[in-house]
Design a binder for this molecule. Structure first.
Ligand code: BMA
Length: 371
């Protein structure tokens, strides 16, 4: 008898998981397909992603339609491409000088290649006019409905909604390009104005829910999957402290540079990813390592020994759908070695090739039709 109950319980879990769908009941077909494809991928593969992959690379920033350091190294493109809309609606280039017009073209290019785009937002501080790292004031309360700077926040959301609506392909029947949208990331850290020390969990959750509701209901944006991506956290309770709820999140992420850096341990990365992947599985969501990397990659075996093998060897952590490493800055004066992806000729390339050739990692050419 007991065995029947257990079987029934497992079947119910499968049924629940099979019914998993994006939080937006009006999500476009392609968005639903992306969500489903990512849930299928998680069974056996991990997609590789790179921030600003097409925009510029280490020591180059002239415009190319389809150039990336990753492709220069291994002959394939990432499966996931990260973009950032910091300064949207304020100027025609983002905070890293990427033109929004070019970004739109590249996002279309990614879609045509069969890849996936994800957007983060290093949003300037609406209260002080400083940047995302300007944490001086209690900003979140001021931009919630009724707050002194709510109107300005809405204008920012309008600028983002306009950009999102412009991401479409096709001639007569235009199709919107699905995007994994990852606002207010790394809030368990103290460096951004939306970070945990600068607002209460209630305020953070209210801001998140307002943002989703506004984009969905007021602006009719129905091609986003919403990603929640704290920085390192202690335990499941801490991870969920600012969680906006299952009706507001599609993807449970983790931004973790700490555990893969000089003073971290991959065991801790795996411990945290197990928590994230398990929470996601329980809720019918997707899990991902939404940001990571080792600046300038001094460890020649970083890609496999520090990142891939520890994750791959764990049955729960390996259920994440993608790993995104941060950008390869274009040799900026103040940060000459600010790169997290591979670079031709770099000492990590042989190990990156092992990462690339591993049957678990998927690049864009490995992707089946995901939309
Ligand atoms: C940070 C750094 C900054 C950059 C920001 C947004 O981690 O790479 O130089 O401006 O991300 O891309």
């Amino acid at each position: 008898m007991r065995r029947h109950y257990i079987t029934l319980f497992i079947l119910c879990l499968f049924a629940l998981a099979a019914n998993a769908q994006p939080i937006d009941p009006s999500a476009t077909r392609a968005t639903v397909r992306l969500f489903e494809s990512l849930r299928e991928v998680q069974e056996d593969h991990i997609l590789y992603g790179h921030q600003d992959a097409l925009s510029y690379g280490y020591h180059w920033n002239e415009y190319h339609k389809r150039r990336s350091d990753v492709n220069d190294v291994c002959g394939d493109f990432p499966a996931v491409f990260g973009w950032d809309v910091g300064k949207i609606g304020q100027q025609d280039r983002n905070l890293d000088k990427v033109s929004f017009d070019h970004m739109r073209d590249w996002i279309k290019q990614v879609y045509k290649m069969g890849g996936i785009s994800t957007i983060s937002w290093h949003m300037d501080n609406p209260l002080t006019g400083g940047n995302a790292w300007d944490t001086g004031e209690r900003v979140v309360a001021s931009i919630l409905p009724g707050g002194s700077h709510h109107e300005l926040y809405r204008q920012r959301l309008d600028a983002f909604a306009d950009f999102a609506h412009s991401l479409r392909v096709g001639f007569i029947f235009k199709k919107k390009i699905p995007i994994i949208f990852r606002p207010f990331h790394e809030h368990t850290g103290s460096w951004f104005w939306w970070g945990q020390p600068h607002c209460t969990p209630e305020e953070y959750i209210a801001l998140w829910r307002y943002t989703v509701d506004y984009l969905r209901e007021e602006r009719g944006v129905h091609h986003l999957l919403y990603g929640y991506s704290p920085d390192v956290f202690r335990d499941a309770g801490h991870y969920l402290e600012c969680y906006p709820g299952d009706d507001y999140v599609d993807l449970l992420g983790l931004d973790d540079y700490h555990d893969v850096g000089d003073h971290g341990s991959s065991d801790e990365l795996v411990r945290r990813l197990r928590i994230v992947a398990q929470l996601a599985a329980d809720r019918g969501k997707i899990a991902a390592l939404t940001e990571t990397g080792s600046e300038a990659i001094p460890d020649e075996s970083w890609w496999t020994e520090r990142l891939l093998y520890p994750i791959k060897n764990d049955p729960i952590a390996s259920r994440i759908t993608y790993i995104l490493t941060w950008r390869n800055a274009n040799h900026e004066h103040d940060r000459p070695d600010h790169h997290y992806g591979p670079v031709p000729g770099h000492s990590c390339v042989p190990d990156f090739m092992r990462f690339y050739e591993d049957e678990m990692t998927w690049f864009v050419s490995d992707l089946p039709g995901i939309y």
